[in-house]
Design a protein around this ligand. Structure first.
Ligand code: NHW
Ligand code: EN5
Length: 388
């Protein structure tokens, strides 16, 4: 059934729900000298390459591969279109290893035809902090699918991660594999109903006309929370503290130091937006929220070629109701011309999704850990992790 995943240190379907298996690492680390020193073998026409994402040329090659071959929805109407600036942000995070940015080229032409990446993260699981990799952007060119290239790429990135003495990983996928830490749902808040309907992202329901839809999704033109402003460099320590306290409520969540907060949350145009609330009286930072920019290519439409989507990222609230903050996030995203605001039902998101007129999407996102057993599986609301 899963010829590759059956061989890997992940929870297996046959053990699902067996709570007598101990929590923690599934297999123990080996001495580094026993980690395979040479890359895995590729079919003879292909070769490994380490992608230097600091090079505009290499970054462009990764961008083109993903633009044409990365994740699509179930009906192949939309394909993620991560920007180059986004990929550099996502992959060159504090402590990153270039060796974890793994490509495959055709030997003869040097064309980049596959990619997989990891970045390091300190992940807290209950009260243990484990150094892990976050694995993302696994992609095999459409013409090379179903040739069992993906397992070789996963083994190769695993080997390179092991060489840095890291033995666990976190990853997400839209497909069901052995076995999810949690299963989450995508939700979508319409900002531009006309365009979403025109491109087939959403449909007018039975008793819904275009003008009723436009009215339903209308938002105020300005935000409602006093003291709301963009995050700045000087806010890093306060935001770090605020997020640390907020994420402590979840069973699995990253631990982000000041350097990581600066990297992941300081606003970058067309990549990441972060806003916070500073008390007019005490100048304390009491709330913040962020969203990232991830457009999708629209695959078969004459009128429109990209869907501008904002994705809910990390946030923390102490004094202001979460639905009020998120309503302000929607207002800002609308002002910035996003067509849709997306969120998962992780963290406390389920408390505002329905009230703020998000609708359930047709996509699921499964979360996984590699070489770490946790049982039973979590509810999405017990998870404090958002991957890009
Ligand atoms: S999820 C997005 C993945 N990318 C896409 O969906 C892009 C479009 N699709 C493709 O490019 C975010 C290909 O279809 C891919 C598979 C490359 C997906 N995760 O080569 P074969 C991530 O990037 C298994 C894991 O013939 P293919 C997270 C599949 O179950 N495994 O297929 C990445 C089967 O194994 P099985 C996946 O279609 C996390 C085998 O691959 C998978 O030509 C990676 C078939 O291989 C997926 N998304 O290429 C794991 N999709 O056992 C990281 C398929 O069932 C683990 N498969 O026979 C941690 C590593 C680090 C550890 C450190 C200690
Ligand atoms: C790794 N970081 O399926 C990520 N998206 O719902 C990799 N659906 O956009 C894994 N099919 O429901 C990613 N519109 C897995 C997700 C892959 C992409 C994906 C889904 C998520 C999506 C849209 C479009 C569907 C088009 C037909 C969708 C309905 C919105 C509607 C708005 C109004 C109220 C009801 C819902």
């Amino acid at each position: 059934q899963h010829k590759f995943w059956e061989t890997q240190p992940v929870g297996q379907f046959k053990d699902f729900g067996n709570s007598s298996l101990p929590e923690g690492p599934i297999e123990q680390p080996t001495p580094l000298s026993e980690v395979k020193q040479e890359p895995y073998n590729l079919p003879s026409l292909y070769e490994w390459t380490t992608c230097d994402m600091g090079s505009d040329e290499v970054c462009h090659e990764v961008y083109v591969l993903l633009t044409n071959n990365y994740v699509e929805d179930d009906d192949n109407m939309f394909r993620f279109n991560y920007s180059k600036e986004f990929l550099q942000w996502a992959l060159r995070s504090p402590g990153y290893f270039s060796s974890w940015h793994v490509g495959v080229r055709v030997k003869a032409s040097k064309k980049l035809v596959a990619f997989i990446s990891g970045i390091p993260v300190n992940m807290r699981v209950r009260d243990q902090v484990v150094k892990m990799a976050e694995v993302n952007f696994l992609c095999v060119h459409k013409k090379l699918r179903s040739k069992r290239l993906a397992p070789v790429m996963i083994k190769e990135v695993t080997r390179r991660i092991h060489l840095e003495n890291i033995w666990q990983a976190a990853y997400t996928a839209g497909v069901l594999l052995p076995t999810p830490l949690t299963t989450s749902q995508y939700w979508h808040r319409t900002l531009n109903p006309k365009k979403l309907i025109d491109v087939g992202f959403s449909k007018l329901g039975d008793r819904m006309t275009m003008s009723r839809a436009i009215k339903l999704y209308k938002l105020p033109t300005s935000t409602s929370t006093p003291g709301l402003r963009k995050m700045e460099l000087r806010d890093v320590p306060a935001v770090a503290e605020l997020l640390k306290n907020y994420l402590s409520r979840f069973i699995v969540a990253p631990e982000l130091n000041n350097e990581e907060i600066e990297h992941w949350l300081l606003p970058r145009e067309n990549v990441i937006d972060s806003y916070l609330v500073e008390s007019q009286v005490t100048h304390e930072i009491t709330e913040f929220f962020s969203f990232y920019t991830l457009p999708s290519s629209i695959l078969h439409n004459q009128e429109h070629s990209t869907l501008k989507a904002a994705y809910n990222f990390y946030y923390a609230s102490t004094n202001t109701p979460l639905h009020q903050l998120m309503n302000d996030a929607l207002i800002i995203a609308k002002q910035k011309d996003f067509d849709v605001f997306n969120a998962l039902d992780v963290m406390d998101n389920a408390t505002f999704l329905k009230d703020l007129k998000f609708g359930q999407g047709d996509g699921q996102l499964y979360y996984y850990l590699y070489n770490y057993r946790l049982n039973p599986a979590l509810k999405p609301s017990e998870l404090g992790l958002v991957l890009l």
